[in-house]
Ligand binder design. Sequence first.
Ligand code: SF4
Length: 351
Amino acid sequence: MTALLELDGLVKRFPVRDALGRRAGAVHAVDGVSLSVAQGEVLAIVGESGCGKSTLGRLMLNLITPDAGSVRFGGDDLVKLSPAALRAKRRDMQLILQDPFASLDPRMTVEQAVAEPLRLHRIVPRDQERAEVAGLLSRVGLRPELARRWPHEFSGGQRQRVAIARALASRPKLIVGDEPVSALDVSVQAQVVNLLGDLIRDLGLTFVLISHDLGVVRHVADRVAVMYLGRIVEEGPAEAVLSAPRHPYTRALLAAVPGHGTKAPPIDGDVPSPIAPPPGCRFHTRCPFAEAACREAAPALTAPPHRVACHLDGRLPPAAPRAERLAGGERLKRLQSFFRAPGPQPGVPRP
Ligand code: SF4
């Protein structure tokens, strides 16, 4: 498949200043990330808060400028485009934020908000704007007669639908969704995830989903990239990464998801400060398998399609399945036999 978006060696650091305004260090938000997203593909970027995934999403859209590396969209390096050429490219790239209030101006009606990108990028003649807005609202499951209302008159889920309609208005090729459902009630999340899945499929969109919710990721992603402290530690087809994770961090993330079929040693401690990331493998301070080499040299990612950055890749024990869930009757039988027997029965696991 042709790559629509190619990131090569992206680095972004944010300066940290002391009380006197002097530079006192830098937050290593993104550190040497290379990724590509094929046309029509859904790439999910996952990781804990502060791992750099939102910064990476903004770098993809050139909303912030990298300190090093390149962002190629449709073959053009966004960092090197003139301001006018970059403005024209913006039509093809849109961002959906976690909080729809952040992307909707409270002084604009829904119709004005959705019509704004139509006008800005001259998508349709002025006399067709109203019909186009009505079509976009229907597309996201809202009644067109709601167009005259204000954002505060909508529920959170409806507001996110309006934000999605606004993102679709310029007929983009790429949408980056930064935690697009995590601010919504659980009951509404599934509806919006299904809507996004339908739009991606029907419109052939290329979508980058930034999320900490592995349930959502499993539902829509073709490929998954796992970030830890600014670096990609595992990346590959969603089925491979989510069903047979190879990096200890990915295993621990998945084992923490209720109902996921594997268990893994728990991760100790907090994420280290991104101002002073640990040397060597950045995960070594929390990794239950760390050895001396992990503290000294940063592991490189292996070759595609399933890339992993771990010195012990291929030598770690396979992810252990969780204890099987037994039907009530079978569980009771095993419990009874366990308590009747003088010790654990051979071949009968402790309940
Ligand atoms: Fe753990 Fe070492 Fe692999 Fe890093 S390189 S994830 S510390 S085993």
